[in-house]
Ligand binder design. Sequence first.
Ligand code: CTP
Length: 398
Amino acid sequence: MLASKRILLIIGGGIAAYKSLDLIRRLQEHGAQVTPVLTRAAEEFVTPLSVSALAGQKAYRDLFDLTDEAEMGHIQLSRSADLIVVAPATADMMGKMAAGLANDLASTLLMATDTPVLCAPAMNVRMWDHPATQRNLKQLQQDGIRFVGPNEGDMACGEYGAGRMSEPLEIVAAVEAHLADGPLKGKRILVTSGPTHEPIDPVRYIANRSSGAQGTAVARALAALGADVVFVTGPADVPPPQGVQVVQVETAQQMSDAVDAALPVNAGVFAAAVADWKVATASDRKLKKSRDGLPSLEFAENPDILKRVSQMGAGRPDLVVGFAAETDDVIDNATAKRARKGCDWIVANDVSPATGIMGGSENAVVLISDQGAESWPRMGKDMVAARLAQKIADALAG
Ligand code: CTP
């Protein structure tokens, strides 16, 4: 719940601004008080009248509106909130924020504040993928700005891809996660999850049986304790958790790049079942049985993400947690793996088919640390996640 929380909602100029009208309602339903601010471009998409009618208060628009300055100056406006939400955060807005420009009310508020900021980007997929936007994103993340979305899907411009603004309820969940008071508040934690897909040709790939259930549960549990979670996931069976920053990837190389982009973090939890090898001879056209005969695949090693982050020296997270899926000699193998990778903890589990753990809802894990091996009873993956998140909170506090 967001009872008595004050949200300053900055509405940017994009077609997704129509969803911000619903967002005002959803935030209010959760108990929040919403003060809206519109950019000049936003007024082309939604009217100040509808925004103020829904918010039940004035929609702020102009930096040089003397009445506003007499009632509440922009400095005070920017600091009177518990959280500033920018939705939609357009490419232009992100560029201004990253560069530190302050030439209208919205950008000036963002510069004048020390209140935490959550952005919900929305733009065309090419604009989102553009190196300038990705550079701005990284800069803003480093500046401590949080993000929810964007999602992948059909866009108003007729294209498909990443750039759709998160749905209002997803943004509400992110707001709640951000304002949640928990032991991990202020800590940025990276979680990798799910399998990776390594292409053979444009229609075939090599995968593994990971469902992403345990990694997703860990991300949700960390967010519930107040962490700012970056969730880098391969193509999983289960949907990603709400209230976290989701980065969807397919291959191990893409996962490795996404992890680099997410650093620095306070802790990293590497729950993904990353393919150790990729197909070195992957074809960019579909292999045809008549023309090509039996394919012969050659493999090349993928980057070992856990090992690299564990051994990175400067910029290494304070706590690095790996997972080990074993079928024999679980404790011995996982202990050796912890030493080989250089991570702090290994969460090991027995994934022999008879255990039903891979793809199931329960897990029986052994936590390997410098304190030795601690066996946890078999329990739901959510419970394993909650216990692990609490342990991470204790470790980061200590
Ligand atoms: N991992 C990773 N990058 C890889 C491979 C694995 O980050 N390219 C991480 C996984 O997310 C997990 C741990 O390393 O946290 C698992 O280690 P790994 O050596 O891949 O385990 P196995 O494949 O089970 O290793 P082995 O073949 O030695 O049993």
